[in-house]
Design a protein around this ligand. Structure first.
Ligand code: TXA
Ligand code: MG
Length: 344
């Protein structure tokens, strides 16, 4: 199946029909590309787990056109979900709510809760709306990458992950660049499970209460959230976070790096550096250093982060050194992804 291009008037119709027929379709959202299948069909959803290599008890996000379309998936709609959906939907926020029994069981990984998200991307919205008219209640869609890998922010990234057989609706590069903020609304004190581009303070202002601690991973009763596994979003190259003040010294101490073949036979060597701090001139000579300048604004870094990690990886560096981002809350989403990319 070729890329379904947004400029082709037939593409959307074809894409919606694939979903209605129970097939897999990768589609763009404002955060990252999703690997979609109709959420109301457990057999269709099973293909997602198989394609990603994701354990079947890791729940997927279900995408819907609006809060009304979310209701068939929810056992009830908590007040926190109500105010957050009203303020942040459509947008890069996933709400975890109690799941209506018997609905989207496979998508929810069998858990009694379900993650719902209304994306703010014109093509995703048009796709969901058209699929809905064909009887599709919602579209289950994890990020369209193999399990544990960097999320895709362009159609080309998706093809890199799954090859040319998978149908991909091409919507260009994703605006936000990192995955949605996840808020668990099933607890008396709503909790932030995954930071994204929406600020914690803005969520707390809307809720008029502080968000609870992230308990995932420590709380045995809560489902495993793959985005919350310590090691995730990992490229092939070894990623480390380097404080700005240590960057120059580490570069000066860098020995010439011989090329070595990695698991796929690619000759790897050298260091990719992604930093706001400029590198001393001439340093890259002979040491195999490839530099990418990190923008000053966290939103811009989020937008390009996964593409930069992929590009450096594709250049064959064996290590990626990323200048540690500032500790301010606006950097929470980017810092979270970088820390996971740096964990093995
Ligand atoms: O921006 C996004 O959220 C993208 C786009 C495609 O929508 N999707 C995405 O999906 O990042 P995924 O599956 O890669 O990450 C969703 C996270 C997973 O870590 C999953 O475990 C968690 O959401 N999740 C889904 N349902 C959940 C539930 N019922 N309880 C707790 N966590 C849940
Ligand atoms: Mg993912």
């Amino acid at each position: 199946m070729p890329l379904l291009c947004k400029d082709d008037p037939q593409a959307l119709e074809q894409a919606a029909r694939l979903l209605a027929d129970g097939a897999l379709l990768a589609f763009p959202t404002e955060t990252v590309y999703g690997l979609g299948a109709r959420a109301d069909d457990d057999a269709a959803v099973a293909q997602i787990f198989a394609a990603k290599g994701r354990p079947a008890d890791h729940p997927l996000i279900v995408h819907v056109t609006d809060a009304a379309a979310a209701q068939p998936f929810a056992a009830h709609w908590p007040p926190a979900a109500q105010v957050l959906a009203q303020r942040f939907w459509p947008g890069p926020m996933t709400l975890i709510v109690p799941r209506r029994p018997g609905v989207a069981t496979a998508a929810a990984g069998g858990h009694p809760t379900v993650g719902l998200r209304c994306p703010d991307h014109p093509l995703a919205q048009a796709l969901l709306a058209r699929a809905q008219t064909l009887g599709v209640l919602g579209v289950a869609g994890p990020s369209a990458n193999r399990f544990g890998r960097v999320s895709p922010t362009t159609a080309a990234h998706v093809v890199d992950e799954f090859g040319p057989e998978l149908a991909v609706l091409d919507g260009g590069a994703c605006r936000e660049g990192i995955e949605s903020t996840i808020v668990d609304c099933t607890r008396p004190e709503p909790a932030l499970l995954r930071p994204g581009t929406t600020q914690r303070a803005d969520i707390e202002a809307v809720l008029r209460q502080a968000l609870g601690l992230q308990l995932v991973g420590r709380d045995e009763a809560s489902p495993r959230v793959s985005g919350s596994l310590a090691s995730h979003y990992a490229p092939e190259a070894w990623v480390s976070l380097v404080p700005a003040e240590d960057l120059r010294q580490r570069l000066f101490e860098l020995p010439p790096s011989p090329l070595e073949a990695d698991a796929s036979g690619l000759q790897r060597g050298g260091v990719g550096v992604y930093s706001r701090t400029a590198l001393p001139r001439g340093l890259s000579l002979g040491r195999g250093v490839v530099h990418r300048t990190m923008p000053a604004e966290p939103a811009q870094v989020a937008h390009e982060l996964f593409a930069v990690l992929r590009a450096l990886d594709a250049q064959g560096v064996s290590q990626i050194w990323v200048e540690a981002p500032p500790g301010d809350p606006e950097w929470d989403g980017v810092r979270d992804r970088l820390m996971r990319a740096a964990t093995r």
